[in-house]
Design a protein around this ligand. Sequence first.
Ligand SMILES: Nc1ncnc2c1ncn2[C@@H]1O[C@H](COP(=O)(O)OP(=O)(O)O)[C@@H](O)[C@H]1O
Ligand SMILES: [Mg+2]
Length: 465
Amino acid sequence: MSDGTSTSDESRDQDFRASDGQNTQFRGQTSEPKGSLDETEKSQSSDENGQQFEVDDPLFSQRTGIFRNKEMVRVGWVPDGNRIVGRDDYISTISSCLNDAVYGGAPNHISITGKTGTGKSLVSRYITRRAVNASVDDVRMGHTYLDCSKSSTEVQVISTIGQQLNDESIYDEAEDIVKMPDTGLPTDKFYKRLWQILAHYDSVIIILDEVDLLRSDHVLMSLAKAVESNDTSCQIGIIAISNQINYFDELNPRTKSAFQAVELNFDPYNATQIQDILRGREDAFRDGVLTDDVIPLVAAFSAQEHGDARKAMRLFRTAGELADREGSGVVEEHHVRRSQDTLEKDRFRDFLQGTPTQMKAACLSIAAKSLYSRDDYIITGELYDAYQQITNAVDMDTIGIRRFRDILDEMQLSQVIETKEVNMGKGGGRHNSHRLLHNPEVILDIVVEDTRFRAISKASLKRFA
Ligand SMILES: Nc1ncnc2c1ncn2[C@@H]1O[C@H](COP(=O)(O)OP(=O)(O)O)[C@@H](O)[C@H]1O
Ligand SMILES: [Mg+2]
């Protein structure tokens, strides 16, 4: 069973399943003697990744001079409790919700909302693992973690949960193992097989991460109703997580009434907490390689973005990788600044990928305004003017103001811009006003990767502003 020991390089993030794919703990029949696997020991076992081996092939012979254990600065790594900063209240609420499951009883469902990088995934996974490790001897307790951005259909969800829980150790020797395929059965058969697998458990905690990415919330309802409708006698506790604050209010009414959950909303971190989180991972690096400016600068960049610990972790790691690649013996401020640039570009490129060309023109309009206008916030009408000039200059179709507004909404949702309503005074009415949250030069660099916009430069943007 792997447990957070994935070594896959994480240039993006969210590869939780890489480390969680087989991450089913089954207390009743694990091979470890009870109590041998407390949370501290468990996370240390992944420290073994830090051990380097001699490699003969000259192409791969260079041993990292910067990292002692890079795994520890991977977003999906689950640290032990001492390294979890400022989440005691949430931890205690969630553990009391799960408490009964540890004794084979019915846990409470939990819904967690909060912005990216506020520790939602980490805290949920950490407590669930602890709960399973703590479960009493004769209780067969399981847990499973699902990233709904990867398993978004009902069948994918049910089959993935089934596969993760379908550990050989749950079966007696004489028993037939239930087969849980990825596809190829009618939906109700997938459910039936899941109930057969769950029959081997007294309680199971299911984490549905990024739950808003499910194609439909029907599966949430079926899982939440399973015990009540006698589909299974296994007690199911669901922890459903979303970055969208309103997601659970807006569920289908039938799902809402089935999924009665304790609601938690995770606050963003402040710069000091981010620094503490990073200090808790300093030993990912070799002694003395981090110069003094690194952690404060990473924290400052992340605090600019609502206190996003995920961003902090990625910056921290990328700065180290950059230093490593250069053969530098230390990580310095300029490595952090350059990683900030790289990550911002990656993120923006990801955002643009798959959006219509109109989005690129709209992004250029706000980049132009942001570079050359005195105001931070620009009203929709002015942006639309700039956008029209840009589409004319590159000879592409122009969309109407309504669709342009939709595009701005999308930019706001993806945190490319921030929008607020302003009152323009007597007779001026109320207008939406927008501010760019990215470096305009980064936007320009990425948009001009599309040959259609090749002719546009920083200087030429001035005439659209
Ligand atoms: N309170 C915390 N203490 C230590 N590390 C944290 C804390 N909160 C978040 N992290 C780290 O920051 C990164 C992002 O956290 P994550 O749980 O993925 O956030 P979310 O799910 O809310 O987007 C992860 O690497 C996680 O280990
Ligand atoms: Mg998460």
